[in-house]
Design a protein around this ligand. Structure first.
Ligand SMILES: Cc1ncc(COP(=O)(O)O)c(C=O)c1O
Length: 402
């Protein structure tokens, strides 16, 4: 049957549904707007070899497991490996049953947000924070407040002042989200002494901490600082991390560790089974053999790329009054133009001119950051990072912000 009359859903949509057009992803010639490393760094053959080795050596079990839906916490083998990795790398004691694998850490964050947040609840983050978490918090109607930061991340005294001020206003914060290692978007790593102070503050005010270590494996300078969860196993810390940036976002594999009662609540928002079992075989096999080797090839490359962007900045932004953060890992550097220089409103023109970046307001719960931008150094080559900074300076001059 064919009919020319178009069926309309206008009066049928649920109240909670929103029109959500699929965003078109366009790439500038120098693409500093993306959020992942270059595709050529992904260990495709390492993953394929690991998968094949697993099927060859354990085919019967693989066939059996693949014929069922995965455990709701995800592959037991990958949880076992993750438990060993957390102990070895982060001194976190948690057994496989205390780890929940998720479809990327984005899902882990969403489950925990829903377990803890009613509409109107105040949630604290860094002043500039990963846009994906910010969007999720806003979707679940949290009242998100960015706490003051400096080049090292959250400032404990200022955090406590913020908690006291909000409490006095009748907006007592409920919990804190922090990206304490290689922060997105600023690149900062929070020193151990500040972590200890923040733990004290959060205990005093009854605020759980969600630490997001999405970039923990991407370190090329300095030392990782102890995880909040390693410093405190009272249950106040939720630990979230991901295999996206270490291996590939396309695998969609992340995880969280939380106290049993919180995990049980978070799982009430889980739909269906655990994440992709096929991806879990590849990740487990690949990392069991080659985790350190992979980090040892990947991170020097990231350093080379980061250094090139820093050189480009030093050579082409001298005397501009701008600053560029100096990350010790991760994928991003944070550009701050002098106060009053709006690089947010000229983003599209600069993109047309050949340089893509994400403007500060994408990361700003307090609606500021118009003079800031996140620059991803992980995607383009070192040479393009340098040249892209030269072009960016030229475009900023053309548009009168430099
Ligand atoms: C800080 C941070 N957390 C979590 C995520 C989510 O990543 P995924 O869902 O791929 O694990 C990202 C992605 O960019 C991120 O930057």
């Amino acid at each position: 049957m064919t009919t020319t009359q178009k069926f309309t859903y206008d009066s049928l949509f649920s109240e909670r549904s929103e029109d959500t057009p699929v965003r078109k992803v366009a790439h500038a010639k120098y693409d500093f707007a993306v959020a992942y490393p270059a595709p050529e760094t992904l260990p495709m053959y390492g993953l394929i070899d690991a998968l094949k080795a697993k099927v060859d050596s354990d085919g019967e079990r693989v066939a059996k497991e693949m014929a069922y839906y995965p455990h709701v916490f995800g592959s037991p083998e990958l949880r076992e490996f993750t438990s060993e990795k957390l102990k070895a790398d982060r001194d976190i004691d948690v057994d496989a049953d205390g780890i929940v694998l998720t479809a990327g850490s984005g899902e882990a964050i969403a489950l925990l947000i829903q377990a803890l947040t009613n509409p109107g609840d105040v949630v604290l983050t860094e002043r500039y924070v990963y846009g994906g978490t910010l969007t999720q918090l806003q979707k679940f109607e949290a009242d998100v407040v960015g706490a003051p930061i400096d080049e090292l991340g959250l400032i404990p005294d200022a955090l406590e002042e913020t908690i006291k001020r909000l409490t006095a206003e009748g907006r007592k914060p409920k919990w804190l989200y922090t990206i304490s290692e290689n922060q997105n978007p600023t690149g900062s790593t929070l020193p151990e002494s500040r972590r200890r102070e923040i733990l004290d503050i959060c205990h005093r005010h009854g605020l759980p901490i969600m630490e997001d270590e999405c970039y923990i494996d991407l370190r090329f300078d300095g030392e990782a600082q102890p995880a909040f969860r390693a410093l405190d196993d009272s249950g106040i810390v939720m630990h979230v991390a991901s295999y996206s940036k270490l291996i590939a976002p396309g695998l969609r594999m992340g995880y969280f560790v939380a106290s049993p009662e919180l995990t049980s609540r978070a799982m009430s928002f889980k739909h269906g089974s655990g994440p992709n079992q096929f991806a879990a075989y590849a990740i487990t096999g690949f990392l069991k053999e080659g985790l350190q080797r992979h980090r040892d090839t990947f991170n020097p490359l990231l350093k080379e790329k980061s250094d090139a962007m820093q050189r480009g900045f030093a050579d082409h932004f001298a005397d501009s009054g701008a600053t560029l953060s100096k990350p010790e890992g991760g994928c991003y550097a944070w550009l701050t133009m002098p106060e009053g220089k709006d690089i947010s409103s000229i983003r599209d023109e600069v993109f047309e001119g050949g340089v893509g970046y994400l403007a500060g307001p994408n990361f700003a719960p307090n609606d500021d950051g118009q003079n800031c931008a996140r620059l991803c150094f992980a995607f383009e080559t070192a040479e393009k990072n340098y040249d892209g900074m030269a072009l960016l300076a030229q475009l900023f001059r053309k548009h009168g912000v430099m």
